[in-house]
Write a new protein. Sequence first.
Length: 332
Amino acid sequence: QVIINLLTNGIKFTRDCPTRKISVYLSAFEKPPVGGQRSVTFIEPRPRQSSLSTSPEWGPGGEVYIQFAVQDTGKGLTEDELKLLWQRFSQANPKTYKQYGGSGLGLFISRELTELQGGQIGVHSEAGVGSTFMFYIKARRCVDEPKSRQTSFSAPTATSPVLLPHTASEARRANVSEGSVHTLSSLASTVPPEDIHILIVEDNRINQRVMSQQLRKLGCVVHTADHGQDCLDFLQTTIFTSNSKNIPLSIILMDLEMPVMDGLTCVRRIREYEATGKVTSHVPVIAITANARSEQINIAMEAGMDTVVTKPFRIPDLVPRMQSLLSEYRAK
C-alpha cells in the first residue's frame, strides 16, 4: 500500500513534466537504516504504545529491515512546501489538492503504515528537479513452517494494515476492543455475505481497489463510486428508492475529500432525500477519513454520518463495525 501510494504520487506529479521517469529501489539491512541515503532525511516516528512488528504473528526469525525508495523527475517541492508535507490535513500548497487530488492524505497514511510496522519514512525534494521518498519496515527472516500453516486461508495477512487504527473512543462505540485480532476465515464465518452489499465512495482508484478486494474476499458484494454525485446516482437504482431496478444495498463507506461532490455534501443530500421521501428509509453511511481530530469527527456526525472510521484502519476491524451498525438499524 505504501509503495502504491508513493508511485501514485509520482505519476501525478510527473504528468506535465518534459521528463517523466519513476525509479524504485529495494535494499535490505540487518540494522535499522539511517538517514542520508539519496539525501533523504527520515521523519522522527511518533511514540506508540505498541507496534505490529512485536506481535507473535510476526514470527520467530531474525530481524531484517527492508527499505524502498521511489524517485521521480516531477515538480519537486520548495522548502516551505516540505515543511507542510507531513501535516495531517495539509497538501503541499493550497492548489495541490485541486490539481492532483489527495496526495498529502496518501503520504500521511504511508507514514502511519510504515511506523506501525516498526519503520520510518522520509523525503528529499528539489523544486523543478524531483523527489525521492524512502521508507523501511521491520521484518523477520523466513523460517520453516508446518504445511498446514502454509496452505491455510487464515494466514496472518489479515492482521496487517490494509489502508488505513480507529480511535479508542470510536472502537468502544462499536463494541470492538482495540488490538483485537480477527482472521479472514473467522470473519467469513460470522458475516452473512448475502446480507452485506457495500458501496465504496472513494476517488482514489488504488484505495478503491484494495478495499474492494479485501471485502470481496469475505464474501461481501461491493460496488464503487468515484465521488458524491456518483453515489447519489447509484443510490437512485437501489432498494432505498422506488426505482424498478432495486439493486440491493446495505451500507455506504464514504470518503470525505473528493472532487465533484465531497462526502459531507453527499451525506447531507442523502438525509435530505430521506426527509422528503425521495429515499424511502435510512441509509447507513460510515465516513472514512484521516481527519481524526474530535472537531472533524463531530462535523462529520452533524452532517449525517452514522459513525466515523479514521485512517489507517484494518479491514478485520471495519467489518464488525459495519455489522454493529446494520444490526442497530435492522432492530428498529
